[in-house]
Design a protein around this ligand. Sequence first.
Ligand code: S3P
Length: 438
Amino acid sequence: MNKKILRINKTIKSFNKKIFVEGDKSLSIRWVLLASLSKKRSVANNLLKSEDVMSAIKCIQKLGSKVTFKKNRCEIIGVGLNYKIKKNLILNAGNSGTLSRLILGLLINYDKQIKLIGDKSLSKRDFQRVITPLKKFGAKFLSKSKNLPIKMRGLYQPLPIKYFERLGSAQCKTSIMLAALKANGVTKIKAKKSRNHTELLFKYLKIPVKIHSTKNFDFINIKKVNHIRPLNYRIPGDISSCSFFIVLTVLSKNSKLLIKNINVNKTRIGIIYILKRMGANIKIVNKKIYKGEAIGDIFVKSSSKLKPIICPKRYNASAIDEFLLCFLVAAKCKGVSYFRGLSELNKKESPRLFWGSKILNYMGIKNKLTNDSIKIYGNPKLSLSKSIVIKNFLKDHRVFMTSTIAALTMGGKWKIHDLSSVKTSFPSFLKTLEDIKN
Ligand code: S3P
């Protein structure tokens, strides 16, 4: 058997299970970076041990932090807000958009040249979104390219800035927020709505941050700090990982699934709002607040009467990593669904809007694609028997996992390449799937 290829020839049988999924990737990377800014010991439990998070750990080690793992516990003793390291530093962000954008912000006050590199997929992604604000802080970029590899030189005393973040990118917003911690004065950000983990962590750490929210924007003011407190944190389960199994259950017959201890922050659960509007049977139970973040269990049942959706754009940021899964559900609805305002989706690990359409084409589901939208003509009777091969040349983990869910729910004979891509965000994906099957 070729270990890099997953073959699926039959749909999943009905199930009734309780599962856990691994720690949230956004929170894991933020914890690693914030812990590196404190000189005291920070401890995390249930840190996601995926390649993206490990790349973050390697980067902060190169920047002087000490990291130890003991079973499910990770300890970091950071270096504080200033770096005393040699020049010509090369940092490798691997596949991670989050790490690469955030670490450039963190290095704003490092007045020597750093070179940031990444894998093939990351090297195609847009860095102009962070280069522009970081230049305003005073950083110099030593090439004109908006792609990796990037050479940046920060400065001893960065200047505070005023910035309008108009993409709705939490990565871009957080990069600016991290730089703001080191800029002398108050940095003012107007940001189109996006996930707010950094804001919540800053508040918990008593960093001087003021936030005023309107319907579409957040206005964030941040003052320079002299030190960062250590951060002890129990990382909750990742809603993005959990979503593969939510959709697996929605599209399977006579099945039920309880997924325990998931981060259900409102800025992350767009997929739940969208699927509920489409008639899916999903409940969040046992809700509580942990250090500012909402945590809960998700209970989902097979949903036979699905309706199409004209998806409101206001859900785009909070479902940004889950649209491929929403498209699968739309494929099984009676009627036409429409998702729009999604140009950012083509700027992910691979052009995901385009891949969404491609997977639907393979499945024989009519769809109309533009640069930023897709119309999907669903077919509730869809039951495949043909052979489908999925090979994404940028080895996008979410394309692999979405295709797996399609194979298990739609029929057909699937050959899905790049099995090892799951290591990016969800190393135990297949093991969890086995737990559901058996
Ligand atoms: C992330 C933000 C999102 C998301 C990514 C993780 C983060 O990107 O797609 O997987 O942790 O801040 P953008 O906010 O840039 O759209």
